[in-house]
Design a protein around this ligand. Sequence first.
Ligand SMILES: C[C@@](CO)(OP(=O)(O)O)[C@H](O)COP(=O)(O)OP(=O)(O)OC[C@H]1O[C@@H](n2ccc(N)nc2=O)[C@H](O)[C@@H]1O
Ligand SMILES: Nc1ncnc2c1ncn2[C@@H]1O[C@H](COP(=O)(O)OP(=O)(O)O)[C@@H](O)[C@H]1O
Length: 323
Amino acid sequence: MRRSKLKLLSPAKLNLFLNINRRLDNGYHELQSLFHFIDFGDDMTFEAYSDESHFRTSKEALKQTKLEELDDWELASKTAFNCDLPELETNSNLVFKAMQALSRFLKAKFGEDNFNKKLLSLDFIKISLTKRLPMGGGVGGGSSNAATTLLALNSLWKLGLSLDELREIGLKVGADVPIFVFGQTAIADGVGEKLTSYPIKEKWYLVLTPNQHVNTAELFSSPHLPRNSPKLPLDEIKYRGIAPQFKNDFEKLVYNQYPTVAKAMDWLLEYGPARMTGTGACVYAEFATQDEAKEIYQQLPVDLTGFVAKGCNISPTHQTLFG
Ligand SMILES: C[C@@](CO)(OP(=O)(O)O)[C@H](O)COP(=O)(O)OP(=O)(O)OC[C@H]1O[C@@H](n2ccc(N)nc2=O)[C@H](O)[C@@H]1O
Ligand SMILES: Nc1ncnc2c1ncn2[C@@H]1O[C@H](COP(=O)(O)OP(=O)(O)O)[C@@H](O)[C@H]1O
């Protein structure tokens, strides 16, 4: 019997600036970045059932992959996962990594015995993911899916975890997961875990999506990456729109390395300022109105792709869950 259903937009983020401040001893990098959400993303549905009889379980999906490597995936055994992209139906999907991190956290917090008792009482959840966001595009799709999973399961299973606890769990999955759990436009510091709410004027964005997967880890290890941008004092950051002082330290490197990204960027620059998000490959321009953004979008040549979306100070996932 179905008990309840949550339909959530798992949104994209844009980095409105991104400074790399230094390399840390653990190989990671300290960043300072302004994260903003847009109302375009993947569709995720979470349906809670009192029994597991009528759907293929995650267990089966996981059996097809690297079962021997699995540990702490008890919560995944209470779910069924399907995705419109079959290559994402594996345990390396960040949706599974989120469930694994959640299992670990709950066991540590409540103890194994209490966790195992709680597990028996949980509803089965059918998770469906429809991908719309480009992968490896710098719009954070995988991280967003992980955060949406944490928020939805916390709600449907009534786990009672705070947003701070969910952020802590998210950080184990990836540097960008905490911002999606936080759900507010924010300036991130550290590796992305220190977040300060920073609402801005909401605008419209034309985002171009070059068909190019940019490998984040590879870029971070490049000897040509600038790594010593000074940190901007928080009270001096007055973001009004794309401007030279709001740069992205990955942009030049990616522009030089990937002709498809350079092509998209050059096209946008014909119309005004443009910026790359994250480690690319997506690039964007800002507009005051939807009509202005659409007017440029309609002129896109056939070999470029993109979409128009509205900036949001509160992530669409939070808007649905918390009103
Ligand atoms: C730089 C950003 C800006 O948003 O790029 P995008 O991924 O969005 O393009 C992100 O913070 C990326 O976050 P995310 O994609 O979650 O990175 P992770 O999976 O945690 O890390 C991938 C790899 O990137 C490197 N890494 C990541 C984050 C960081 N602050 N310093 C690093 O050096 C590490 O080598 C790590 O192994
Ligand atoms: N749910 C997911 N959605 C997208 N990519 C995922 C997901 N889970 C794991 N991945 C892997 O993570 C890689 C980068 O993910 P993504 O978040 O889209 O990149 P970016 O952070 O650059 O926007 C993908 O190429 C894919 O192999």
